[in-house]
Ligand binder design. Sequence first.
Ligand code: FES
Ligand code: FE2
Length: 421
Amino acid sequence: MSEITRNLLEETQDYVEQARARTARARKPWQVWLDAEWGFRNYWYPAALSRHLNEGDAKGIELLGEEILLTRQNGKLHAMEDRCPHRGIRFSARPLFYTKETLTCWYHTWTYDLEDGNLRTILSSPDSKMIGKCSIKIYPVEERKGIIFIFVGDIEPPPLHYDLAPGLLDDNAVVYCGEPYEINANWRLGCENGYDPGHQFIHNWSEMCINAGMHTSYGYTSTREAVLDTTRYVENEDGPKGFTRKVEKTEFKHEAFIPLKDGGRKDLVLPLARGKSPEELAQLTDIIRLGTVGLWMPCSLKVTTFPAPQCTHYEFYVPKNKDVHIYFQFGVIHTDDEDEAERWLGEDGRVMWEVPAVEGFTVDDAFAREQLHKYYAEEDGWQRERLFQPDVELTMWRRFASRHARGIQTVDHTRGYFKRD
Ligand code: FES
Ligand code: FE2
């Protein structure tokens, strides 16, 4: 059993058990998580899909509240601050690339070098004293597996794979990229919903489960011993940091009851579990038990054997700003067989991953996150929430993330107060 797991469980379990007795304003053991409403700074994030940015295209995006112009010129990607130092115009409103190596502001013609961001000339005033004296921030950018990643921060970027759930960039990983979309919820609610052991109930509404006759449960329940036994932490300096729960020791409840005032009880059975024998129920839960669910810094989730045994599902909850995150999802198989890879990027990935997982399952997660947002963003939910035992796994993550975060994004960063090299 891992010492880290034991420590995290002990540090956070007490909090959960005593939560009711505490005042609403108690300082939490995961304060860094609470402070990170705009995201964790100094990380790589998925920013766009390669297929959405052809040669010569330019696209204004927002990451952690920072406005960025992304473009492909001469086959090379460039990401730069979308804010002209002269009077703050957003270049993306009317991107002007008179050459493949410069960006010209459409307002007063200040013209910047795409490589280093320096003001190279001003079309109307080529002798201006400003030339060479100011610059826009250039962001590190990398493109792998059809995904464009941008580093948001001020430090020397670590290798890209440190900031992703493991396996996504493996040489033989074949990555089917789902269409990213915006969710009106803070990014931390994405992380927590994805990992939440108690949330499985919402998937009884999921089309994938209904179509497959796949009962889920009223929510995972695990004993303290099971959590200690099946949770594995990774916190090496030279790689991704995160943790993984093996589902194998989790209990699934398909039946429940509500006690009635008269001393009786109302028995309930999940609709999709009705009429099934104990063996049939066990068969399906055995399949779910094969999987693992892992949450990785800063904001990705990896689910193995989902929705099919050979497939690994990856998702990212990328902060766009404090009220919206961008939901990136990837269906991955690992294979060296070129035909299989080609099929996966076409019909197989569509039929075996995108339709069931993206269109028929995680839409219910997206719905739930938006429903959480009002309480957490506007009604002090981070202070007022009343946790119960299964939430200990969420508080373990909050503590873990608080310990390892490289930095916190602030409102000042979103306004352009950051290091410009
Ligand atoms: Fe960009 Fe004036 S605002 S050149
Ligand atoms: Fe879910």
